[in-house]
Design a protein around this ligand. Sequence first.
Ligand code: SF4
Length: 328
Amino acid sequence: MAFDFEKDFLVEKLKEIKPKKVLVQLPEGIKQNAFDLKKTFEDLGIEAIFSGESCWGGCAIAVTEAKDIGADLIVHFGHAKFIDSDFPILYIEVKDILNLEPILKKSLEKLKDYKIIGFSYSIQHRHDLDKIVKFYEDNGKTIILSEKLGNVAYEGHIVGCQYRGLKAIEDKVDAFVIMGNNFHSMGAVLSVNKPVILIDVYNDDVRKMEDERDKILKQRAISIQKFKDARKIGILTEIKPGQKFGAPKTLIEKFEKAGKEVVLITISEITPEKLMNFYSVDAFVELACPRIAIDDFAEYDRPIITFKEARVALGEMTWDELLERGIV
Ligand code: SF4
């Protein structure tokens, strides 16, 4: 697999912005490129310090870290802009250089029953979008890109916590095709009521996602029910600026009114180890990345639910309404 770090664009922007010191954020899969990238900054007389914190999405903007080291710019690789920030950030989206034709051909078999396709891609494939659309149109399909709604940066762009753009075109399409990885397509299948086909370029695989939907939904319903029975609640509020899903203050009031005791916990990067010692908490609601509760629930020894699910637990939304809106 080859990545294009868009160095010409990077250098052009750095010459324009003229930072003295930058904090560089790299997603996990490309942290290995730190030395190579360091040289690009050094050649321009810029001091580069690399963040060792995890960087799973464009939500993970390390503003506090950048200020702490006295950086005047964050250079964030591998994601598109996710939120506004008052700290200067340069996003380098990084292109995945692949020959997509074989896997697109392979996908036609799975798409034979569908004519109108809703298409979404993870950011590394944006540069191939025209070719992908042309391929499908040449093969008799009509492509509708998911809409640019919420925190996505472009029409067709997908992130793991925002599926409003897919919901918006759901009635117009026969099926969705997601080019990216299991994470993005899993979120899609939990959010839309149409078939979802994943083009997994990293494992050379094309597969329908429906099989996993029912299992996860059942797990979510159980977690909400267990949460309802809990008396002592921990509300987890993430300190990353891009992971603010829901207002803790309002939730505290509502849960206390419902007879629960509540403790508010700040956290960066929720893990089972960090929650373990809060022995007295019966269940958690996390206001960070919703995928932590949905995808990783099995790692936690107590129920953990999302903000949307908390609304169901409070009786503000029914389970059916949640499914209609999409659980992510
Ligand atoms: S909040 Fe979660 S799903 Fe959304 S961009 Fe961040 S890591 Fe990805």
